[in-house]
Structure formats: structure tokens, C-alpha cells
Design a protein around this ligand. Structure first.
Ligand SMILES: NC(=O)c1ccc[n+]([C@@H]2O[C@H](COP(=O)([O-])OP(=O)(O)OC[C@H]3O[C@@H](n4cnc5c(N)ncnc54)[C@H](OP(=O)(O)O)[C@@H]3O)[C@@H](O)[C@H]2O)c1
Length: 215
């Protein structure tokens, strides 16, 4: 069966996966981009944004690997955008422009129904209002035997952790203290949920922790 993987999810030393007060100008919340410094400097990230150069070490290799073997994604509605409540219109199409970096079906969890969006480059955003199990079922069916990547954010990952549905969780621990924001581990006992850290790799700008659900 295809796995449900969290990959390259950046957390601060104090456990935050985003800064507070997300809005149009702060997609990752205030000071949230500090979490992603390790990723922004990679050749992989720069290429994804049509730029040359970038670092080619451990962080870059791990960032590349996190996109391999993925047939569908699941996102929380706040990762998709800053719009809250019922969708006022169809104008918001994600942070990523006309050609988002997914190139697969993407299932966005929300309480507010919306028609599927077809984007350039093979990304389709499907809006799922029936909860996390339904989103996973739909993503698996769409993934064609490949793995499903759970993109985030923190609230969505916490739900899948509590339900014991995440097979692998790769956290990029960034050497920053946010102090406030969206906490990944709030109310979560990873050990009791059956997770263990099986690998720890020092990158240039983050420490990569690979957790797996014990059999
Ligand atoms: N650190 C990283 O690597 C990383 C990666 C990805 C994202 N992020 C950041 O994380 C932040 C977003 O995280 P977040 O914790 O605020 O929110 P989130 O998990 O992205 O989204 C939460 C929202 O999704 C909808 N939702 C979630 N579960 C649902 C369910 N079971 N049924 C129906 N709707 C459901 C709800 O929206 P509605 O009720 O409004 O529909 C809920 O308020 C952003 O700043 C983003 O940039 C960080």
C-alpha cells in the first residue's frame, strides 16, 4: 500500500511549524520564513522558481528526495491560502501562481465546499469537506500506487498523527526560536502514538529527523 509521508516539514527548535498571524503578506506567518532558510538556499528550490545556482549539499539532496515517488498531496486549507470562512469567489488559487510545484492531484481539507481547480503543469486542487479519512482515501486512489505526501500545516499533520495514519515523518529542524505560532506537537505524544526517530542527518542549515511508525 502507498505510504502517507510528511516530508521536509520545517520546525523551529521550540516546535513551531509556522509563525503567527498568517495573512496575504505572511504566508508562513510572521517570521515563518526563518524556518525555511534551509530550503530557500537549495539548488532544488531555486530551480523550482526558475532561478540558477543554489547550494548542492545534504539539504538539497533531502529536499529533492522529498518530491520523489509522490502521486498526490494533502494540504490543510491554511497552507493553501489566507482566505478563511466560505470562499467569497473563485479568485484565490493558492500561493504558487498558475503553475504550482505539485504536478499531481492535491486534496485540500476544508469545511467550505468549492469546485476543483485545474492548474497548469498537472496540478488539480480538489477541496475535501468530509474529513481526513476521506481525503486520504481520495488521495490514495489518485496517487496510482505512489505515496501520498501530507504537506501540512501543523493542524492538519496533528490530526493525521492522532489517527495513526502517517507512516513516515521527516522534520527539518531549523536552528531558530519562534516563541509563538502554529505548534506541531501541541497535545501530541509521538512516543505513545507509536513513532520513533530512526535517522538523524545533519544538513548545512537544518537537522533532518526521520520518524517512522513502529510496526
Ligand atoms: N513548516 C513547514 O514546512 C510548513 C509546511 C506547510 C505549511 N506551513 C505553514 O503552516 C501554516 C498553516 O498551518 P495551520 O496549522 O494554520 O493550518 P492547516 O493545517 O494548513 O489548515 C487548517 C485548516 O484546514 C481545514 N481543515 C483541517 N482539517 C480539516 C478537517 N478534518 N475537515 C475540514 N477542514 C479541515 C480547516 O479550515 P476551514 O475550516 O477554514 O475550512 C482548518 O482551519 C501556514 O502558515 C503554512 O504556510 C509550514
Amino acid at each position: 500500500m502507498s505510504k502517507l509521508r510528511v516530508q521536509s516539514f520545517a520546525v523551529s527548535i521550540d516546535g513551531f511549524g509556522a509563525g503567527p498571524d498568517q495573512d496575504l503578506h505572511n504566508p508562513l506567518g510572521v517570521r515563518g520564513p526563518e524556518l525555511m532558510e534551509w530550503f530557500f538556499h537549495t539548488r532544488f528550490w531555486r530551480k523550482m522558481h526558475g532561478q540558477d545556482g543554489g547550494e548542492t549539499g545534504v539539504d538539497n539532496r533531502i529536499a529533492e528526495q522529498s518530491f520523489e515517488g509522490i502521486g498526490a498531496w494533502i494540504l490543510g486549507r491554511n497552507m493553501f491560502g489566507p482566505v478563511r470562512g466560505p470562499w467569497p469567489d473563485e479568485s484565490w488559487k493558492g500561493w504558487w501562481g498558475e503553475e504550482p510545484p505539485y504536478h499531481t492531484p492535491v486534496f485540500v481539507l476544508t469545511h467550505h465546499p468549492r469546485a476543483t481547480l485545474q492548474m497548469a503543469g498537472g496540478t488539480q486542487f480538489h477541496f475535501v469537506t468530509e474529513g481526513i479519512q476521506a481525503a486520504l482515501q481520495q488521495a490514495r486512489a489518485a496517487a496510482g500506487g505512489l505515496d501520498v505526501r501530507l504537506g501540512g500545516g501543523a493542524a492538519t499533520i496533528r490530526q493525521y498523527l492522532r489517527a495513526g495514519l502517517i507512516d513516515e515523518l521527516h522534520l527539518a529542524l531549523s536552528p531558530v526560536l519562534l516563541g509563538t505560532g502554529e505548534h506541531l506537537f501541541h497535545g501530541i505524544d509521538l512516543h505513545a502514538l507509536g513513532y520513533a526517530c530512526e535517522k538523524c542527518i545533519a544538513g548545512e542549515r537544518a537537522t533532518h529527523l526521520f520518524l517512522r511508525k513502529r510496526a
